[in-house]
Design a protein around this ligand. Structure first.
Ligand code: AMP
Length: 221
């Protein structure tokens, strides 16, 4: 199963991607997580990405495309992959298509998580993320058992720089301008499945599973 998850920031892509990838036994590739790991390690890539991320802007296409090319070549993708947060521009989508053609692994489905704007802003500003393992929490709807501490690994929870309200608005603007056109792009290719993303975490997971069991598209790789 080779999948892409689309949706505005705060749609729950990361949370759902982790669950679905686990269920299908496929690699979860999150470009945002790769950047955050590089920032933590202080690499050159992290330094470059941080400039854009802190402003709520997209990292330049050529940087992101190189990272995804490398990730897709990894052994962990042999059973399939779920791309979370990539592609985010038409140029990235075109590059992805070319890469997948080269390695003979076409996409099976593109899942678009639909969430209204006011829900996005509310979710992101209340989001806290584990500095150690990257797991996300919501202060009201999905709080950690102990304040400020990750349930999974005991790491420290923090508010991502780009989850502050003014940056969230900039990210939504970037999304509208650059990423939303991908909905039509993938609809035209017959790959798109739309899933409402504003239910509970479990409800949305079930809706995605149902959507993946239906419709057309390439299967069997
Ligand atoms: P995310 O964790 O997916 O919300 O990504 C956080 C930030 O990383 C984004 O706001 C961008 O600045 C950057 N980023 C992640 N994926 C991409 C991508 N495919 N293209 C450009 N920038 C990206």
């Amino acid at each position: 199963m080779n999948l892409v998850f689309l949706g505005p920031p705060g749609a729950g892509k990361g949370t759902q991607a982790e669950r679905i990838a686990g269920m299908y036994g496929i690699a979860h590739i999150s470009t945002g997580d790769i950047f955050r790991e590089n920032i933590k390690k202080g690499t050159e890539l992290g330094r470059k990405a941080k400039e854009y991320m802190d402003r709520g802007e997209l990292v330049p296409d050529e940087v992101v495309i190189g990272i995804v090319r490398e990730a897709l070549a990894g052994e962990s993708c042999s059973q399939g992959f779920l791309l979370d947060g990539f592609p985010r521009t038409v140029a990235q989508a075109d590059a992805l298509e070319e890469m997948l053609q080269e390695i003979g692994r076409p996409l099976d489905r593109v899942v678009n998580l639909n969430v209204p704007d006011q829900v996005v802003v509310e979710r992101l500003t209340a989001r806290r993320t584990c500095r150690n393992c990257g797991r996300n929490y919501h202060l009201a709807f999905n709080p950690p058992k102990v304040d400020g501490v990750c349930d999974a690994c005991g790491g420290e929870l923090y508010q991502r720089e780009d989850d502050r309200e003014d940056t969230v608005r900039a990210r939504l603007e970037e999304y509208r301008r650059k990423t939303q056109p991908l909905i039509d792009y993938y609809r035209d290719k017959g790959l798109l499945v739309e899933v409402p993303g504003d239910g509970s975490v479990d409800e949305v997971t079930r809706a995605i599973q149902e959507a993946l069991g239906q419709g057309h598209g390439h299967t069997g790789s």
